[in-house]
Design a protein around this ligand. Sequence first.
Ligand SMILES: [Zn+2]
Ligand SMILES: [Zn+2]
Ligand SMILES: [Zn+2]
Length: 123
Amino acid sequence: KVRHPVKISFKRKRARKRFTVSTGAKHRCSECAAIFRWPADLSYHHAFQHSGEQLNVCPETSCGLNFQFPYQLTNHQRATGHHDWQVVCPVCSKRFGSQRFLARHTVASCNRYKLEQKKTDEQ
Ligand SMILES: [Zn+2]
Ligand SMILES: [Zn+2]
Ligand SMILES: [Zn+2]
């Protein structure tokens, strides 16, 4: 799997492509024509578009941007450094939003992050 953590993209890149329509599990918004595959996506959409709830707000006080989906906020935080992430990899000192993400942090990505940091230092 090739990942591009530096790239800012608002397109969905998660492994949901293999999802087939066989289940017919569609979640239609009650306020507009939007249809989502996942109930969570529908609730994010509803909060963002219709109810004015801010579910994915940047914690940086000078910023406070609100995003529709959590992955957009994560991308934003990674790109801008607007985070208060407390979970730190003891090896490469990369920060994570939750223990869950650190658990998915592989040796390969650890080494890559160390390399990236080195490059940044040399610049
Ligand atoms: Zn809607
Ligand atoms: Zn921000
Ligand atoms: Zn690491």
